[in-house]
Design a protein around this ligand. Structure first.
Ligand SMILES: Nc1ncnc2c1ncn2[C@@H]1O[C@H](COP(=O)(O)OP(=O)(O)O)[C@@H](O)[C@H]1O
Ligand SMILES: O=C(O)C1=C[C@@H](OP(=O)(O)O)[C@@H](O)[C@H](O)C1
Ligand SMILES: [Mg+2]
Length: 172
């Protein structure tokens, strides 16, 4: 069994879907952000505030490598920016893993993130108008990296279970 890596923009459902996929498959799930928080003993917000984004990206790259190098079978939920720094996108094409881009539209992302921004330092201080514009531009910039995933699942208008089923079909 290969490691399963879920990627995509903030709010596309990486953490939620990884957790549910884990319940169904009995494959343990690791959230990259949670692993970074545990190792640094700081929340993602605190890392950004106290050390800045560049430092966070360094920790993120190191933790991604660490998780990939472990021999354990796992489902890994990345952070939204993980594929976009330190050439992490090239690791998505490694044959030892299955990488899946959870693709969501700007509207889906906006509707989820507008009520869920406080723990996401990149958008935490934006008003609604700013956020919509930011997501549109940022998603466009990042799509190049997300498109390095081996597989893509469109998540718009799907329940968690429906998205999990789509992933199970890829893994079958
Ligand atoms: N169909 C769905 N699939 C995934 N998440 C959903 C869905 N509908 C609503 N949500 C909500 O959207 C948010 C997705 O956030 P999260 O799983 O943390 O995404 P990510 O880790 O990609 O940032 C959660 O609050 C989740 O409850
Ligand atoms: O898109 C990003 O650059 C980030 C996404 C976050 O993860 P989620 O996508 O799970 O919110 C977290 O890693 C950090 O706030 C930066
Ligand atoms: Mg997450």
């Amino acid at each position: 069994m290969k490691k399963i890596v879920l990627l995509g923009y903030m709010g596309c459902g990486k953490s939620t879907i990884a957790q549910n996929l884990s319940k169904i498959t009995n494959i343990p799930f690791l959230d990259l952000d949670k692993c970074i928080e545990k190792k640094a003993n700081l929340s993602i917000n605190e890392i950004f505030e106290q050390h800045g984004e560049i430092y966070f990206r360094k920790l993120e790259h190191e933790m991604f490598l660490e998780l990939l190098q472990s021999s354990e079978n796992t489902i890994i939920g990345l952070g939204g920016g993980t594929p976009c720094y330190a050439n992490n996108h090239l690791l998505l094409q490694n044959e030892d893993l299955v990488s899946i881009y959870l693709k969501a539209s700007i509207d889906t992302l906006y509707n989820r993130l507008v009520h869920n921004k406080s723990k996401r330092p990149l958008i935490a201080n934006m008003d609604e108008e700013e956020m919509k514009e930011f997501i549109a531009k940022h998603l466009f910039d990042r799509s190049f990296y997300y498109n390095h995933a081996q597989h893509k699942v469109v998540v718009d208008n799907k329940t968690v279970d429906e998205t999990v089923d789509d992933i199970l079909e890829i893994l079958a």
